[in-house]
Design a binder for this molecule. Structure first.
Ligand SMILES: Cc1ncc(C[n+]2csc(CCOP(=O)(O)OP(=O)(O)O)c2C)c(N)n1
Length: 312
């Protein structure tokens, strides 16, 4: 099994999330998920567990499926538990020589299903040490039900439940740091990545997560053209801006060792990322400069903390 990334080789593999699904043009989730599944070695099978959300309603509408692997639609609350249960059953069958080949276990859930509603079952599955990967595609709100704020929504972002007006300026609270929380579960591998550039970062981390034995967690930035309010063709630039502003740093934590996997050549001001999205438009109105300053200070502080942890 080769761990050296080769774009040509990966792109030539048959897709395991096939075309014809109903995700929006310009959505980051579909690219993220197909990128994760592409990291599976062709001879291995997978069981994909998916919590309710945009991904699930768009890629699996019974009797249709966009997956070439087995798929379980799980409730919001228990995607982690469902995946860990199937993994435990597999191990029991394997011990009795009742299954051939290798099967990998991957859960996909949005930030609502991960940071909030499915958190207890994710926490339990990771703590029990199941051999599975839990992947959060983080679009920073409950998009499927009409763009409601989640604990992943960044401060100041406008959603349908964090309004912008005289009484409130978008979401009041800062974004929860779920990757850090998962690191505290002592998972064997945790990483933050994004569908970016040649997809090398996403591929390498997905491969590591799938083929490292034990509980692994990936948090993947997945921009949403409807919720973030950007023109669909802007997706690649938007992801690049998220990492170059250090709003979404790319890093991994392996057995407690923190490593930054992308260092921006020039760290850009956060307003470059905000400027291209309607959900932050109010931050550019006269009198609201303090919001940009506060957001910048918050990102700088988190970036410094990450650099310290990575010994940089
Ligand atoms: C317990 C429960 N509460 C609420 C819902 C309604 N619901 C279905 S999808 C969804 C939004 C999912 O948000 P997220 O997990 O962030 O995924 P996204 O749709 O953004 O991809 C909600 C609130 C539900 N299915 N189950």
């Amino acid at each position: 099994m080769s761990t050296i990334y080769n774009l040509k080789r990966e792109a030539a593999k048959p897709p395991r999330l096939t075309g014809g699904h109903r995700l929006c043009a310009g959505c980051g989730a579909g690219i993220a998920v197909s990128g994760v599944l592409r990291a599976l070695e062709p001879e291995d099978r997978a069981v994909v567990v998916n919590a309710t959300g945009c991904l699930e309603v768009s890629t699996f509408m019974y009797p249709y499926t966009a997956y070439t692997d087995s798929f379980i639609h799980s409730a919001f609350e228990n995607a982690g538990a469902t995946c860990s249960g199937v993994e435990a059953a597999y191990r029991a069958l394997k011990r009795r020589n009742k299954v051939d080949g290798t099967v990998k276990f991957i859960t996909f859930a949005g930030d609502g299903g991960t940071y909030d509603i499915g958190f207890q079952s994710l926490s339990g599955a990771m703590e029990r040490g199941h051999d599975m990967v839990y992947v959060c595609y983080d679009n920073e709100a409950y998009m499927n039900t009409g763009i409601q704020r989640s604990s992943s929504t960044p401060m100041f972002a406008r959603t349908t439940t964090s309004a912008v007006g005289p009484a409130q300026s978008g979401k009041i609270q800062p974004k929860k740091d779920i990757t850090d929380i998962l690191v505290s579960h002592n998972v064997v591998y945790a990483a933050q990545t994004a569908p970016i550039g040649t997809m090398k970062d996403l591929h390498t981390k997905s491969h590591k997560a799938i083929y490292t034995e034990g509980p692994c967690f990936l948090n993947i930035l997945a921009p949403c053209p409807r919720g973030w309010d950007y023109p669909m063709e802007l997706l690649p630039e938007l992801v690049q801006l998220a990492v170059d502003t250090c709003i979404w740093p790319l890093y991994e934590v392996e057995e407690g060792e923190w490593r930054i996997t992308y260092m921006p050549k020039k760290k850009l001001p956060v307003k470059e990322f905000f400027r291209v999205q309607g959900r932050f438009r109010h931050m550019f109105q006269k009198g609201n400069e303090w919001m940009l300053e506060e957001a910048q200070a918050h990102v700088d502080q988190k970036w410094e903390r990450l650099r310290e942890r990575a010994d940089l």
